[in-house]
Design a protein. Sequence first.
Length: 126
Amino acid sequence: MKHSLLDKIEKQQISETVPTFREGDTLDVLVRIREGGKERSQLFKGTVIARDGGTGPKATFTLRRVTHGVGVERVFPLHSPALESIKVIRRGRVRRAKLYYIRNLTGKKARIAERTDINVDGSKKG
């Protein structure tokens, strides 16, 4: 009984506009930011280094980018109402579920190869 009520509430929180993406993919995430009484959108572009929490309302993903020589990581709740949009820019080919090793790499060594078997919109090539 208790679980069915929680399941109903969790289903209401899940956003259907989330594209399919994996670790290694490069994303553009538009985030709503409130400063005082004003609200604006800020773009965060980075590489997905981790996904946690499955597909439910508690799911999160971590994006990493290097700005002015400083690595910046940000964890986003996947179904947060603060996210305006998530757009897949590039599909990466990786063999691990967590890409934490990229934190220690710089320059060309930190590059991720592009997946060629799938399009940016998620459809298979061929």
